[in-house]
Every structure is written in C-alpha cells, then in structure tokens.
Design a protein around this ligand. Structure first.
Ligand code: M6R
Length: 612
C-alpha cells in the first residue's frame, strides 16, 4: 500500500504532486507529504490525515521547484503521525525519500547507522533509506547524478524486504531516482516532463505512456528523459506501453460515493467483460485448447473479495469440468507445504493485480511448474506481468476500497473459463456449452433488475442500521456470497458481520443469535430452497429476524412469517450469486451511509494491499 509520485519538468512540481496523490489516495490515506526540490534545497511539507489536509498546507506555503516527490501512507511501522509520514530525510535534510513496502532488516541497519552518528526522527522503517544514502554519498564529488544512482544501487543491495522508493537530493536538482523490489513502480513519459508513480493513475492526467519497472531496476527521471538501469548500474533498454483509456467515467456521476456509482455500473461492467470473453472465448484466457485438455487439477487463488470469487467459481469448475478444484487464500497458500498435483492450472484473481500475498502465491505456483492465468482489472499490473496469461476484466478503475464491480466481473470471467475448460476436457457437450454461455449473456439484464432493488434494500437498512451484529447464510454457490456480504458490511460499517454455510449454523454459530439479530438468508427458489427455508425457521425459533434474499419462486414458497424480503429476478441456480451479491452490496452501503461512515475510504484499510 502507500502511493508514490515523482515529477520533474519545467513547471512547478507541487500541483502535479498533489494531483498524483489524489489519484493514489486509494492506496492509503492516513497521512501524506511532499518534498519539493528548488533553488534553496528541499522543502518538506507533511500532514497527518488525508491528502486534502496536505493540500491546504501546500497551498499556504507554495513551495517552489520543478522537481519533487510525494507520498500517501498506509502505516506499517509507526503510528500515522506527521513525524512518521513520508518523505523522510537524512541528518542534513538534503536527501528525501518516499517508500512503499517494508524494509525487513531495518532494525540492524538502523543500529549500525546510529553507531555511525546518524540521528533518527521517526519510528518508520523507511527512514533508514535516507540515512543509508547519506552514508553512501558522504564523499561524493563531481557528477552528483551518477553518484546518486550508485548510492541507490548500493543501498538497495543492503536492504531486504520489499520496496518501491523514490529519492531526491539537493545536489542533483531536477533528478528523481526510483528503485523497485516486489512493490510496484512505473515511470511516466511526458513531453518535457517525466514521472514516477506507484501506478499509472499517479500521472494518468498528464501522459498515457508508461514504463513498467522490473525488480532490481533503478530509474533516473529527468525533464529531458527517463533512463533505466539494472542493479549494477548498467543501462537497460525499455519498452514504452501506451495505456488504454478506462471504460468507466471518472468522478462520481453526481452520487455521494464511488461505491454506489460502482454498484450501479455493474450491468455495464459485467456486459463488457462477458463481451470481451465471448468475442473469442478460445483465446480469451490465452491457454491453447491442447493445454486445456491436459488439465487434471485446478487451483484458484485470491484475497478478500477476490478469494470469494474463487470460492464461488470452485462450484462451477467442479460441476462443469469434473476436475478437482481448490479455492485458496493467497496468504495461506504461500506458506503451506501444499501438494503439487500434476497438470495443474493455477488461476490468480486480483482486481489491482498488485496484492502482495497473491503475487507471492503466484511465484510459488510458477516454481511448482503450474500453468498460470491471471484475472485482473489493471493493465500492466505485477500479477498480469508475472503470470503466463492474463484476462482483463472490463470494469474501468474501481476506486471505492470496498470491491463491488470487480467482483461480479471476476465471477463472469470465471464462469466462462469453467465452461471453456469443461468443453475442452469433453465433460460438457456443445449444446450445454452454448446454453450456459447464453445464460451468462443474459445476466447483465438480471443484474440491472437487482440494482433497481435499491429502494427496497434501503428500507431494510433503515430498519436494521442500529443493530450491532449481523449473520449471513447461504448454501452451495451462495455460501461464498454470504461470506462476501458479511465482508462488505464489516469493512464499511465496522459492525460485526459473519457469513456461514447455512448447514453449519447448528454446529455452533447459532449460539451467536439473540432476539432480533438480523439473519440475511440467501434463499432463492432453487434445489436447496427447502434447506434454506429450514435454516430460516431455525433462526426464527431462536428469536432472530430472518431477512430473505430470494427470487419469485422462493417468494411464493417462503413461510409468510418472513416479512422482510428482497425479491430479485429469477436466474439459473448457478448464476444467482451475481445477482444476489448486488443486494448485499447495497445493504452494506446503506447501513454504512445511515451510520455516517466514510464509505469510500473506511478506517484502517487501503485499496491495494502491497505489503504482507
Ligand atoms: O486487488 P485485489 O483484488 O487483489 O484485492 C484483494 C483484497 O484486498 C480486496 O478484495 C479486499 O478484500 C477488498 N477491500 C474487499 O472489498
């Protein structure tokens, strides 16, 4: 997490830095700072809190200088105070650095530097980088820019952990240096001005040309151009990527929150994603039919909401391919002595494509020799660059920290992939394949209807927003949707919310219920309706309040005692998750809104979790 921006050009850097920080704020928003490199040296301005607070300070000071770096923080080491916010400086105040990642050996490095007389001001791991550079540059003379490049390379060799670092030095004005290991860093190529950013959104308002850095790369960014060096300071050739324009409009469309806008966009983002797959399903995921035919095991990996997409798709994969399938939490998989089944297809699901746990799991899968495919929403992201193939969901930028439209697009892609594999391995016949894909194509319309349930969902939220504890129940494909509903609610409302497989409640979770506890039961009129109906009876027998998320078939059959209902369109049983989850997203949204929460930027969270 944390967002980095660097600018060098002919114009004042401060407005570019603030603009970049605003675009990067989704990566962390507990404190922020800038370092502007001008004629009199470095001007550092920092602030606890959001970028808006920093912007006020920066405008008041108007620091002059056409080169600078800036940072928006998600704290790992040290509280989110002004002193701990980046940029951090060396003892002389001539070197400033910003950092995303974790320096794992910072304590021994700090101890050594302190013994050499360096004085530290913050509790962060990052500050060691500034002092390490000071140490390396103490005898520098002559070509200061080259000396800085060498110092960064030497410092990088001494640091372990993960970092994307940008540095400026008073003696090399006009130069921003960047170094990368396991955290994302991208250079932006403009016209007489160049950039460095955690991702392309940092400079997307100014240029569409980007250079994605590899681990070990060092970038020297000047107004006149961008140079990339390897860890031994040998120059490297690089490729310039031209960024695609995002399909979704920037801004909130006049709505109060990005989350609501993104929920309402889903009929379109799902449609675009499905169209992109179905335009040429045989090549959409990049795996040749001959390779698909050999698959004997399927593993899907993700974190948080992306994991819930894999957990839902496990049902589809097994039903449509008859191939053993695992849905794995990336953070657990990477440290487990997992089996290495032959002919495994490993699928990595990530909105950002930068989640550190998922990146680490992907690296492990590659070491195991698995074929890898990524489902990502961000072009050029780390996961898309490491995996053998990538399918991009067509959501445009997802800004709200709580993931919504990325989730349903991931589901659409995974559903199509499960049908593709099923057909390739001969478990599905052509007719069934066609029927399933036709049903998938009709889902955007059903999701459009689900979006229209907002009024009914809001009424329910008005009834329950004062409650402190919520339970979500589902079975089969709707079990992961119960987990997702609970995750959505807890992350933006800070209320206790747990999701369970409905059949499990009698084995323990039922003890959570007391009189009036809202239990949101996913109970469409499908093959397991009777079981869900029983679960509702059981919770009501304990005084809890069942809230049914159902369809017209379930609505007819439900016990009249269940007064609280959201009735969604009828869909084939296996596709119901894409419709049901919309009601749960809206429920979380309205409970949070009625509680006055900061919906798009909930406390303690960040959109992209690039540290372990
Ligand atoms: O960018 P990713 O999809 O890899 O992110 C994974 C999770 O961090 C993410 O889904 C997180 O759980 C969301 N805040 C959920 O709304």
């Amino acid at each position: 997490m944390c967002g980095i921006i660097g600018y060098t050009g002919k114009k004042e850097s401060a407005p570019y830095l603030i603009d970049g920080l605003k675009a990067l704020e989704y990566r962390g928003y507990d404190s922020a700072g800038v370092a502007v490199c001008g004629a009199d040296g470095l001007r550092i301005i920092k602030s606890a809190g959001k970028v808006a607070a920093l912007e006020i300070k920066v405008k008041a000071v108007s620091p002059e200088g056409t080169c600078g770096i800036a940072h928006t923080r998600w704290a790992t080491h040290g509280k989110p105070t002004e002193i701990n916010s980046h940029p951090h400086t060396d003892c002389s105040g001539e070197i400033a650095v910003v950092h995303n990642g974790i320096i794992e050996n910072y304590l021994p490095v700090k101890e050594r530097l302190e013994k050499n007389g360096h004085r530290f001001k913050s509790e962060t791991d990052t500050e060691v980088i500034a002092h390490l550079l000071e140490e390396k540059l103490k005898n520098a003379s002559g070509d200061y820019e080259k000396e800085l490049l060498k110092a960064v390379a030497e410092a990088a060799a001494e640091l372990s952990g993960s970092y994307a670092v940008a540095a400026v030095w008073k003696k090399a004005p006009g130069t921003v240096i960047g170094a990368k290991k396991k955290s994302p860093l991208v250079a932006g190529i403009g016209d007489g001005e160049n950039f460095l950013g955690s991702d392309v959104s940092a400079f997307g308002n100014h240029t569409d040309k980007a250079v994605y850095m590899d681990d070990g790369d060092i970038a020297v960014i000047k107004a006149s151009g961008v140079e990339i060096y390897d860890k031994n300071c040998a120059p490297k050739k690089y490729e310039i990527s031209v960024m695609e324009k995002s399909g979704s409009e920037a801004g909130k469309n006049g709505l109060e929150h990005y989350m609501l806008k993104e929920i309402r966009e889903q009929p379109f983002t799902i449609k675009s994603t499905i169209e992109s797959v179905l335009a040429d399903i045989d090549s959409a995921f990049g795996i040749k039919t001959g390779d698909l035919k050999k698959i004997k095991n399927i593993m899907m990996v993700g974190c948080g909401t992306a994991y819930h997409a894999t957990a839902t798709a496990k049902y589809w994969m097994e039903e449509f391919t008859n191939i053993p399938t695992q849905a794995e939490l990336a953070s657990e998989y990477k440290y487990r002595k997992a089996a290495i089944p032959k002919e495994t297809l490993a699928i990595f699901v990530s909105q950002s494509g930068e989640t550190a746990d998922t990146v680490a799991a992907l690296e492990k899968a590659k070491e195991a020799g698995f074929k890898t495919v990524a489902i990502c929403n961000v072009y050029g992201s780390t996961i898309s660059r490491i995996s053998d193939h990538t399918f991009y969901t067509k959501c445009g930028q997802e800004i709200s920290v709580a993931s919504t439209k990325a989730f349903t697009a991931q589901l659409a892609a995974l559903f199509a992939l499960s049908v593709l594999i099923g057909r390739a391995v001969g478990f599905l016949d052509e007719k069934t394949e066609k029927r399933l894909l036709d049903e998938l194509s009709r889902i955007p319309e059903a999701v459009g209807e689900a979006v229209k349930s907002e009024g009914a969902v809001k009424e329910l939220a008005e009834r329950y927003y004062r409650d402190k504890s919520f339970v979500f129940l589902g079975r089969n494909v709707n079990y992961p949707i119960a987990l997702e509903g609970a995750l959505k609610l807890k992350e933006i409302t800070y209320l206790q919310a747990e999701g369970f497989a409905a059949g499990e409640i009698k084995h323990g979770p039922i003890a959570l219920l007391s009189v009036g506890t809202p239990v949101i039961a996913l109970a469409p009129g499908d093959s397991l309706f009777d079981k869900m109906s029983n679960a509702c009876e059981e919770v009501m027998a304990r005084g809890a309040e069942a809230v049914a998320v159902t369809d017209s078939r379930g609505n007819k059959a439900l016990d009249p005692k269940i007064k609280n209902r959201i009735v969604l369109p009828d869909t084939p049983e296996y596709l119901a998750p894409m419709v049901n989850v919309v009601a749960l997203q809206l429920f979380a949204y309205w409970i949070a809104r009625l509680n006055g929460r900061e919906i798009d930027q909930p406390r303690n969270l960040a959109k992209s979790v690039t540290v372990e």
